[in-house]
Design a protein around this ligand. Structure first.
Ligand code: DX5
Ligand code: ZN
Length: 219
């Protein structure tokens, strides 16, 4: 049975002077997840926010599922602070060299779900040995670092390949896409096997966010 579709609006496209209000817009739309993009200026050429921001959102009453995407050169150093701050799922990239397996295990040990992420230039084969150990695989459909970039259609075969392993081995991980996702590209991703959709610009620009979230949930 395929997973039902989930939308994870990205806080990166919200109002950084009022992130609690942006998170409320997400909750009010009916979206269950909030995608939190953490950038360190090393692994990606941009900076965002850290665990204190997630903790502050929790203190402000935010109950959304925090889908935490670590774009960090040394993610293994920041697992505890994000888990303590209220992350529900923590995703780490495959590209930097560190103990991926041990870091995924540590995320689970701390009571969070764990995910592995691939950049557009990274082949699916790079994560094949890890898929039995994860709750989510995130296929980047733009080069990470900035919102508002065009969707990379050449990532669709990668989704099909990973979805193929999932079916063949009867695995349950979610397959998420991130970057340039809107109603049209989300539909293409769903057809290729994705079930979890990060939407930054398209969600926050949408005039009727509840309708937008419901359309994605219904894919
Ligand atoms: C990009 C981030 C994305 C970003 C997506 O580096 O990982 O989560 O917020 O933004 P949109 O949906 O605008 O492409
Ligand atoms: Zn992201």
């Amino acid at each position: 049975m395929p997973h039902a579709s989930i939308i994870a609006p990205s806080l990166l496209a919200g109002d950084h002077a009022n992130l609690a209000a942006s998170a409320r817009l997400v909750a009010d739309s009916g979206a269950p997840w909030l995608h939190c993009d953490i950038m360190d200026g090393h692994f990606v050429p941009n900076l965002t926010f850290g665990p204190e921001t997630l903790a502050a959102l929790r203190r402000a009453g935010c109950k959304l599922f925090f889908d935490t995407h670590l774009m960090l050169a040394e993610p293994q150093k920041y697992i505890e602070p994000f888990a303590q701050a209220g992350a529900n799922l923590i995703s780490i990239h495959i590209e930097p060299a560190y103990d991926h397996r041990g870091t995924l295990a540590r995320i689970r040990q701390l009571g969070c779900q764990c995910g592995i992420v691939l950049n557009p230039g990274t082949p699916a084969s790079a994560i094949e040995a890890l898929v039995e150990q994860v709750d989510l695989v995130l296929v980047m459909t733009v080069q990470p670092g900035f919102g508002g970039q065009p969707f990379r259609h050449d990532m669709l075969p990668k989704l099909q390949e990973i979805d193929g392993w999932r079916r063949k081995r009867s695995l349950q991980f979610r397959l998420e896409v991130d970057g340039g996702v809107d109603l049209a590209t989300a539909k293409e991703c769903r057809a290729a096997g994705a079930d979890t959709f990060v939407a930054g610009t398209s969600f926050f620009k949408s005039a009727d966010k509840a309708a937008f979230a419901a359309t994605i949930a219904g894919l």
